[in-house]
Design a protein around this ligand. Structure first.
Ligand SMILES: Cc1cc2nc3c(=O)[nH]c(=O)nc-3n(C[C@H](O)[C@H](O)[C@H](O)COP(=O)(O)OP(=O)(O)OC[C@H]3O[C@@H](n4cnc5c(N)ncnc54)[C@H](O)[C@@H]3O)c2cc1C
Length: 399
């Protein structure tokens, strides 16, 4: 019997790949190795409905899915080494090590949350949000919190601030760039998102960093900003991004991408790594685009696309997949969505704004590069077709 396809990482990418392989007709073995002890779950609800308390279960699939699809899911199983010459991975489970043979290996190990530099891991009151345990711990803390400081107004920081406001916790949101989400959507659209936070009484401090988290008796009590001012906080959420933890690849010969292109596991345009029979996908993978440029992207739909492309490649199917980049965020009851991959400096054309909901186009050299909306789901989705081929932005502005 042939060795199975072994997938490392039982998150969104790993589960989608296993599902696509079965749907595509793969009848051989599929082994899905995940270090977390839970059945695979979805992460977007963690900063939203799990923190607010609206969701309890966020499983990606019903429990019977894995047996019905003959997917050998092994939770609580951490891969500690990849041995390409032997075609095995070394796993650790319950303190025991063993080797698992693979025919093809796919790495889908996601990210770990970046911690506040220099702070001990065991300070109480300091939170990150990457796992279900993180989200449940923050939800519990929200029940008694007097004041929360959220460090970083990227997507997760903004969503956590919104979720904590639902608990009526006073929140200070601190961001070194001029507006929330400035890096992802540009400062002009960041201003539109600012309005939502201000309206919800979030104390937004932009253009300023955090120098220190003050710890008293083992617990966070305040943060000190880079201008020396102090924000008292018994709950501090560190939302400063994540990074791929790839120590398990040491000595494997699998090439990593340079930090300048986002780091992660270096891949070609279908997820193939530098080592035969080894692929990577999802947040941990750094794929080449159609122009040969490398990117590491951390959005749900992007992971789903990767899983479709790797499955097609492994099954020998023609790759017809062509999707427009997309991500969403939920804040204060509004769905903020972006299609395309505009540069934050692209020209912005706001075509609809009621003071809260909005729709805007991005263009570069007169060509549409992206569309962003808040509370404008239908209108935004109708523009997808215009991002599939180069379209003058004037064609949409004239409508
Ligand atoms: C709080 C939060 C909110 C988000 N909200 C949105 C959103 O609104 N919109 C959006 O587009 N995207 C959102 N995302 C991003 C999206 O969830 C990710 O892009 C997606 O989960 C990445 O999937 P993945 O399979 O690459 O990694 P993950 O989902 O992180 O799964 C990787 C799995 O691999 C496991 N693993 C790691 N190392 C090993 C090892 N050595 N051995 C075994 N297992 C290992 C990990 O424990 C993890 O379970 C959000 C992410 C987070 C954290």
């Amino acid at each position: 019997m042939n060795d199975p396809i072994v997938i490392v990482g039982a998150g969104l990418g790993g589960v989608r790949l296993a599902e696509n392989l079965r749907n595509g007709g793969h009848t051989g073995g599929i082994v899905l190795l995940g270090q977390e002890t839970h059945p695979p779950y979805d992460r977007p609800p963690l900063s939203k409905s799990v923190v607010t308390g609206h969701s309890e279960r966020v499983d990606l699939k019903p429990a019977e899915f894995y047996t019905e699809q003959d997917i050998d899911l092994r939770t609580g199983t951490r891969v500690v080494a990849v041995n390409p010459d032997a075609h095995t991975v070394t796993v650790e489970r319950g303190g025991q090590r063993s080797d698992v043979a693979y025919g093809t290996l796919v790495l889908a190990t996601g990210l770990v949350a970046r911690r506040f530099p220099g702070l001990a891991d065991d300070v109480s009151g300091v939170h990150v949000i990457r796992t279900i345990e993180d989200a449940l711990a923050l939800r519990e803390a929200a029940g008694t919190a007097k004041h929360a400081a959220v460090i970083g107004a990227g997507f997760i920081g903004c969503e956590v601030a919104a979720s904590l406001r639902e608990h009526d916790v006073p929140v200070t949101l601190i961001e070194p760039t001029p507006t929330p989400l400035a890096v992802a959507i540009g400062a002009r659209m960041g201003q539109m998102v600012t309005r939502l936070h201000v309206e919800a009484d979030v104390d937004l401090r932009t253009g300023i960093g955090v120098d220190e988290i003050v710890v008293e008796d083992g617990a966070a009590s305040a943060v000190v900003l880079s201008d020396g001012s102090r924000v008292d906080a018994d709950v501090v959420v560190v939302g400063i991004g994540g990074y791929p933890e790839l120590g398990y690849l040491d000595g494997s010969g699998i090439e990593l991408a340079p930090r300048s292109s986002g780091g992660g596991i270096a891949c070609n345009g279908v997820g193939r790594t530098s080592v035969p029979d080894v692929y990577a996908l999802g947040d941990a993978a750094n794929w080449a685009d159609a122009h040969g440029d490398h990117h590491r992207v951390e959005h749900w739909n992007h992971v789903v696309d990767h899983a479709a492309l790797v499955a097609a490649e492994l099954l020998g199917h023609a790759i017809t997949h062509q999707s427009v980049p997309y991500f969403w965020s939920d804040q204060f009851g509004l769905k903020i969505q972006m299609l395309g991959s505009p540069h934050p400096d692209d020209e912005v054309h706001v075509v609809d704004d009621d003071g809260r909901k909005f729709l805007a186009y991005y263009s570069r050299d007169g060509v549409l590069t992206g569309v962003i909306g808040a509370g404008r789901v239908g209108k935004l989705m109708k523009t997808r077709q215009y991002l599939q081929t180069p379209t003058p932005v004037s064609a949409l502005l004239d409508q």
